[in-house]
Design a protein around this ligand. Structure first.
Ligand code: IPE
Ligand code: IPE
Ligand code: MG
Length: 241
């Protein structure tokens, strides 16, 4: 007899070795193309997946979830695609303002937000004040680049008056945009490409990297469970034996 595919799978349990998961949400464009639809359609589906996956990650008990939503390099895309992504962000912020109680997490944006419209910046500042009691933080990387972030941290430290020879690794960790968050334990990239595309360069030092072929809009909570299982199958040595 064929094994039933509807059997409920056992949900993996997290412990304190897995606090932070990060996603490079890649593959929206290809997902749309496969259906003969414009790329924007893929971004809309991707935004829905983002909501579902974030909800699931807080349910599972992650302390931090970081998602790569828009890179410093993504401005190179056609104007209409960038505009569609910013419009989706605007819709998401409005929805969050209305329905934030639905989400068991607090949101924080990381990246250089100064180039966004004043209206988006205001909405972001407001939604960041919501759900402050929630355990899970969701970092949304927007106009984010790992290199820009390290340059930003250096500038902060110069502003603080650090002198040559005084800057420590801890100083950089506390001035990058993810400050206060543990480093990601695992970075998952959907869409099949094997690169990190300027994501969390400082924080990724000892992250487990996991590349999966699934396109972002198709990612499900079961796939997150697979990521968790994969994490627990890895042996982290941190340079030791
Ligand atoms: C990721 O999906 C979302 C953003 C970069 C904004 P893509 O838009 O890169 O989708 P593909 O990789 O072209 O399929
Ligand atoms: C990385 O995806 C950025 C985001 C997911 C936001 P890209 O699609 O921009 O990366 P490349 O161009 O394939 O490296
Ligand atoms: Mg891509």
């Amino acid at each position: 007899m064929e094994k039933s595919t509807t059997t409920q799978r056992e949900r993996p349990v997290l412990d304190s070795s897995f606090r932070h998961i990060a996603f490079i949400m890649d593959g929206n464009g290809r997902w749309a193309k496969r259906q003969g639809k414009p790329r924007e359609f893929g971004h809309k589906a991707g935004a829905e997946t983002f909501r579902r996956i974030c909800l699931y990650c807080s349910e599972v008990g992650f302390e931090a979830v970081t998602v790569y939503a828009f890179s410093t390099e993504n401005w190179k895309r056609p104007k209409h695609e960038v505009a569609a992504i910013m419009a989706l962000l605007d819709t998401f912020l409005d929805e969050l303002k209305r329905d934030y109680k639905k989400y068991n997490n607090r949101i924080r944006f990381i990246g250089d937000l100064t180039v966004l419209t004043p209206s988006l910046q205001e909405k972001i500042a407001y939604v960041e004040t919501l759900n402050s009691h929630c355990r899970t933080v969701v970092n949304v990387a927007l106009n984010y680049g790992g290199r820009a972030e390290i340059a930003h941290a250096c500038n902060e430290l110069i502003r603080e008056g650090k002198k040559p020879g005084e800057v420590t690794e801890d100083d950089i960790s506390r001035t990058v945009w993810t400050s206060g968050c543990p480093d990601p334990d695992m970075i998952v990239r959907t869409g099949g490409d094997l690169r990190i595309s300027n994501f969390l360069l400082w924080q990724a030092a000892y992250a487990e990297l996991y590349f999966i072929d699934t396109l972002w809009p198709d990612l499900t909570p079961d796939d997150v469970d697979d990521c968790i299982r994969e994490f627990y199958s890895r042996k982290r040595r941190y340079g030791g034996l």
